[in-house]
Design a protein around this ligand. Sequence first.
Ligand SMILES: Cc1cc2nc3c(=O)[nH]c(=O)nc-3n(C[C@H](O)[C@H](O)[C@H](O)COP(=O)(O)OP(=O)(O)OC[C@H]3O[C@@H](n4cnc5c(N)ncnc54)[C@H](O)[C@@H]3O)c2cc1C
Length: 420
Amino acid sequence: MKPGAKRIAILGAGPAGLTIARLLMEQSDHSVTLFEKTHRVGGKSLSVRQGEDLIEFGTCYTILSHRRVMDWMREQGITIQQIVPHKIDGIPARDFFNSGPGAPLAVQGISYVLSRRKLLKALNSDTPPQKALEEAATPAVDWLRARNLGKIEKMMMRTVTGMGYGDLKTVPIVHAMRWVDMDLILSGTLNKIYMPVEGWSEFWERLAKDMDVRLETHVRHIDRSGDQHMVVLDDGTEETFDALICAMPVDRFSALLEPTESERVVGDSIHWGGYATTLISSEDWFEEQIEYYSETCLPGVEPGLLMSARREGYDAGLGGHLYIANQLPGDYTGPELIEILREEVTRRGGSINAVIQQEVWEYFPEYDPGAIRKGLIARMRQMQGERQTWYTGASFSHESVANICIHNEALVPQMLKALG
Ligand SMILES: Cc1cc2nc3c(=O)[nH]c(=O)nc-3n(C[C@H](O)[C@H](O)[C@H](O)COP(=O)(O)OP(=O)(O)OC[C@H]3O[C@@H](n4cnc5c(N)ncnc54)[C@H](O)[C@@H]3O)c2cc1C
């Protein structure tokens, strides 16, 4: 190690852990070690080969806000391919958004972006005014309707509910705002949406190849009582570090150590939702690349229903065309979701020949509105660096690789300054 370099432990080698490791390696001489409990890097990115086809069960797309990630993809020799313009209820996405009530989409877009900027700026102050906290906790649909943003509501049905980021009837507007920014509006209307041809899993493996990643490593306990942090593994091995980065769910991180007040409050204020992706085969379903169904993304809709499906290829041995079908699991079990899916595919004009693989993800950490009103977001900012511990991942930004990477780009300079 170079003189003055510090040892940093990162818990979790998903997108959050890998992107912050990469930024630290680019910008400092500190030594970075990632502890990952599973046998692979990438977390909720999972590309599975089925014959000729590569199926994404987790992370799929990049949009304009994935700039940094796409730069790294190019650097790693990953081919980035634009997807074909997608349709919602059989009509082009832009026409679907435009079918919402109110002023033209461009006018609503500007109005939304200005209101968003104002609220996020207020929330970013050291002591956000109570009015801003109340506004941030407002259910998305109420906030949008109070401002006559009917076309933006239609866009959010697709890009918020349709992507598992909460029911517009209940999800606090601050969550929707973190994701729906100018980049997303432009990406959605101009179809600037891409996928990595070699797959997300391959990308993360290539990015991680120069990193010290300890796979299948179970951390039993972390002791922060001394000057340095001691990480104790299941086999009894101990290693000391100058700083820790939590890149795994914070509630489970807290179970590994004596949590601070903020770690406890944040863990208690987050409710994890889910997202189910099921690979099925059919000989008689749709021929488009992707289909979205608006009816199942309406505010207040029941979980389990089919929100969208993507055609992934053809494999006669597996029963025909392959499709990834997306459902919000709610409290349903995997087999129950498959039963609902069979009915849903029939309702949408197809029939399932085989169910090949299902993944039910822990997904979208939603903040309790009461905790937002009590200043949760400022607390999450202010706890960074307490006890030489930093936090990243979906809970601290948003459930998207773009947001996570942008969060890390802002966090790393703060961290480096604090580490000296
Ligand atoms: C179906 C689906 C589709 C998606 N589509 C997109 C998309 O199109 N575009 C996009 O940008 N994002 C998408 N996402 C979201 C994106 O995948 C996630 O936001 C991202 O993976 C979150 O990264 P993370 O590192 O915070 O968490 P995770 O990906 O969950 O990674 C956390 C890592 O920590 C590890 N870990 C947990 N506990 C421990 C422990 N005790 N010790 C060590 N390691 C531990 C886990 O094994 C995991 O590897 C999608 C997600 C899903 C599920």
